[in-house]
Structure formats: C-alpha cells, structure tokens
Ligand binder design. Sequence first.
Ligand code: ADP
Ligand code: MG
Length: 638
Amino acid sequence: MKAKILIVDDEPNNHLVYERILAPLNLDFVKALSGQEALDVAHKYNFFLILMDVQMPGMDGFETASLIIEDPKTSHIPIIFITDFSRDESLELRGYASGAVDFMVKPVNDDILRSKVKVFLSLSNERIQLKSALFIIQTSEERFRTLFEKSNDGIFIIDSDNHCYLDANKSAIEITGRSLTELQSLTCSEIFSEDITRGFDSITQSLPTKDFGAISFTRKDQKLRSARFNVIYLDDGTLVGIARDITDEQHMQLQLRRTQKMDAVGQLTGGIAHDFNNILGIILGNIELIQGQISEDDNIAKKIENIRKSAKRAADLTGQLLRFSGRQAISVESININDVITQMDTLIGRSVTPQIRIEYFFAEDLWSTSVDPGDLEDVLLNLIINAHDAMNGSGQITIETANYHIDEGFCRLNLGAVTGDYVLLAVSDTGSGIPADLQERLFEPFFTTKEEGKGTGLGLAMVYGFIKRSLGYIKVYSELNIGTTFRVYLPRASNVDNAVQQASLSTNCTSGGGEVILVVDDEAALLELAVETLENLGYNTITASNGEDALDRLQEHPEIQMLFSDVVMPGRLNGYQLAEKACARYPSLSILLTSGFTSKSAISDGQESFKAHLLNKPYAQAEMAGRISQLLSGEKTE
Ligand code: ADP
Ligand code: MG
C-alpha cells in the first residue's frame, strides 16, 4: 500500500508541481484546496505528512495547522509549511509555534523537498514496523502467560543463584499443595526428596535442558508423590522447572504389571492343574473300582486305601490351584452374605484365639450377590485366619458388609474394576500390616511369609481366584504395625429369582436298571473309567469322543436316556453346546455335565442354563451315582 501525503494549497497548479517533484517516491496524493477541506480529510486517512500553504483565503495555514495539532486524532501528523513570502523570521516562528516541523520558502528546490519528504516517509515506515513489532511482543507475552497459567504441568520459575522459587503456576501450586507465597519461601531441594539442585550446575547456555526423570517430592500434607521433572535454562539467567505428577500413572502401571503377572501365573497354574485333575480322576476312579473288587481284609486293601488318600490329597491341592486360576467349575447361588456370615459364627469363633475380639457390622438391606456360598465361606475363613496370624495373640477383627457403588473415579484408580453395584465384604485386623513391596505378591500362589509348615501361600491365591470367577474386585489397605483391611467387592445379583438351588446329593449309591447313558469324553482313560463305573452301577453305555460324534450316536440310538458329557473338549462343540443341541432335539433327554473347570468361552456359551447339571471333577463314584439316579428319576433341577 502506498503511503499517503496531504497537500493543502488553494492554487491547483501547485498541487501538480508537488506531484511532479515527489513522483519518484511513489506516494498517494490527497489534495485539499482550503483549510476546511484539509481538516475534513485529515481525519479520514492516516497521512505520514502534510504539505501546507500558509496564505489561503478563509482559514489560513497556521490556523489549520493548530486545529490539526490540537485534535488528538491528527496530532501525530507532521506538517511542513511552504510559503510564497520571502524569508521572514517572525512568520517562520509563528509557523513553528502552530506546530510545524519545517518551514520552506518558494520556490522550493526539488531535491531538498524530495529529500525532506523522504525522511518523513522513512520515519513513518519505521514507526509502523515498530508498532507491529510491539503488537507481536504483546501477543506473544500474552500467549506465554496463558500457557504458563493454563498448563496442566506445574511450571516453576527458579532463581539460578539461590535456587529459590520466584514464580509458580496454578498447576505447580496444586501439585505441591502449597501457595505461591509458601513456595517463594522455599528452595527446590526442600520439596524434592533428593537434592536436585546439584544437577542444576550442568544446565548451561550450551546445554540448556535437563531431564531429571521421575523424582519423588513431598506435598505440604506430607504425602509422598512422584513427578517427572525437567529444567530449562533461560537466557536471562532464570531456570524453568516443569513438573508432571505421575504418581497415579505409576500406580496404574504397577497395577497393570501385577494383573498381567497374575493372569500369566493363573493361566500356567490352571493349565497344569487341569491336566493333573484329569490324571488324578483316572487314578482315583480306578482305585475305587479296585476297592470294589477286593475284600476289605485283603492285605493290599490297606495299601490301596493309602494310595487313595494320597491321591485325594493331591486332588485337593489341585482343586486349590484350580480355584486360584479362576477356572474351577462353580455352582453359584443368589445369596445374602450377611446370612452366610451369620451361619459361620461358631466356625469363625473357633478359628481364632479367645483373646481376639470379633466385631460384626452388617448393612441392613444388603443387596444379594451371586456367588458360590461354599467358596465365600472359604474366602472369609482364609481372611480371618490370616488376620489372626498377623495379630500375635490379641487384637480385633472387624467384619463388615455394605452396599457399594463402584464409579468411574474408582475405576480410574483401580485397574480392572468395573462400574456398577457391589456388595462389599471387608475384613480388618489390628495386626502387623503388610510392607508395601510385599503387597503386590500377596495373591501369588505359594507366596507366604509364614514359617515352614504354617503357611501354604494358597489362601489368598484362592481368594483371588474366587474374585476373578465372581467378576468382583479386591483391594488391600495396610499400615505397618496398625493393621490391614481386605475389601472384597462382589457384584450385586441382577435378578434375585435366578437362584439356583443345588439339589442336595444323595450319597447312597443308587443303582441303575439298565438305562442307556451316552458317555462323552475326549480323554480315553476317563471315558473307559466312566463306562466301567456306570456299568458296575447297572447302566448300559454308549460312548463318543467329541460333540459331533455324540450327536451322531444320539440319532442312531433313540434308546439313549441320558447324556453324560465332559465340558471342555476339542472340536466344534463343547459340552454346553452339545447339551443345548441335544436338549433341543431330544427334550426328554437327561443331561449331566462334568468339568474340572469352566473356561471363559464355556461360561458365555450356555453355562447359565446348565449350571445345575454340573458334576465337578474329580467326582466320587457315589456322587456320580447319586446325581445320575436323581436326574433319571425325573428330579430335574431346572
Ligand atoms: P499363608 O496364609 O498360607 O501364608 P496366604 O495366601 O493366605 O498364605 O497369605 C500370604 C501372605 O500374605 C501371608 O504369608 C502374609 O505374609 C500375608 N498376609 C495375608 N493376610 C495378612 C494380614 N491380614 N496381615 C498381614 N499379612 C497378611
Ligand atoms: Mg492364609
């Protein structure tokens, strides 16, 4: 854009003269033929200079100039007077008095006029540049202020000489829990747990930033937290510290690692235990068959009974491992845990020494939860025995129940928790507490701090498995020498009516009367064992080694009255799916499923509708016989 100059002269020819002289400067000329016209136009444009004739009819140049200079909107425009009169000092002085910056007498020398105008032109250009630079500085200053004030990271301005805080933003105040004035009375080393100021020496102009990594700091409330800290050296000699509180993030990572570790251990344990369980099932089953064939006073009978007992112990241990891996078959019921605890009163009392007081706080109107009541009893006993062991003879155990809603905030802090309504069971003790570094290992199978023979390290592993199976959550709070609280969250039962009452098992061996049972198992030895057992009991059997086979057999043999199938099998159909298909095709067919565990896929695929038809592996013959005769006689538990 061209710079604008205003020429005020009552003689139009003079305008042309000036235009010619100034043409090389490439200006935008605005002309006024009188003082009044000049005043009007002066407001309109931003002129860098006014050339003003002195002698004009009406308002003369001096008067016009004074009015222009008096007006704050136009006062900044420089004015050069050009007059026809010969040099007259008094006139010149009047001109300067009215605010002119120069006074020229006609005829003006072209070069002089051009060079003077050029000076004003460059002055004006510089002013424009300066103004825009100032504007840029102002906005950048504002921008940095906003950045400083609004940043989520804590920003500290630190004096590089004495390492005191000069300024701090809002986040820095929040992170440290201290006011600006409090911060200003402190040095960096008073907040951070290590003397980071030693590291400041290495921050120089040539190496202006330093990452201190994660360092811990103490808040005003004495809470120890962790921050990632960076320091930047500024040219004015100050240091800028940038701190991001990463305590929660670190906590989450720790939780994630712990969960992943537990998952891996669970998978490994579950896999091995599942195979052991099958093997033990074969051993125990065969022993039972042998025991049925020899008389009790046979001299090997005792030895065989010893083998049976040992195998049974191994099966119990395997059961515990399966319970940790969260894969053991479950029979859930909708229960009120207050009732379960109340019924266990004597048992609880007997598991602790009399010097230990037990207090109960039961929530009234406690929601129901769908869990295996037997498992829940074991969980509670384990927690109580641990609490007892932590207390060295005397103290208090508090058992508390409550309704609890897990919200988003809880989930953010507790990895793996899911929002919703839960029933809370809390067991607290006034015992030794658990050191922080051990807390993350508590639930690992075989982790124990108890002396040889006293602890197995399977108690909390079992609790953990139960929590996983029940889709619950568990939290531990512990303070050294003060005590520990285990908080168990169990999902609120969605429908109170879905309670599945497990029919009580008749333990008498009820014999069959030639009914036909289809036995399905992928493990040949187990299949053989089941067949032998069933035939001994008086049933006829047909076998299949997978789901597809089983469907074929059912079609070929309409005389089959019962399907007795393993749950976890290779092939397209697992036991639940097979049961569903078979049920749909042959509604009168009785169904009994057996499993050492229920994998996740099995749970989603129909476990709900068949959970009452489940026989846990390894099963005793009597148990199996009881269930079969019960189902065949029509006492279906649906
Ligand atoms: P065990 O009781 O056989 O050692 P657990 O799995 O039940 O195995 O517990 C593992 C470990 O957790 C215990 O050895 C103990 O160190 C610790 N622990 C569990 N509960 C508590 C508690 N209430 N107070 C202190 N430490 C506990
Ligand atoms: Mg224990």
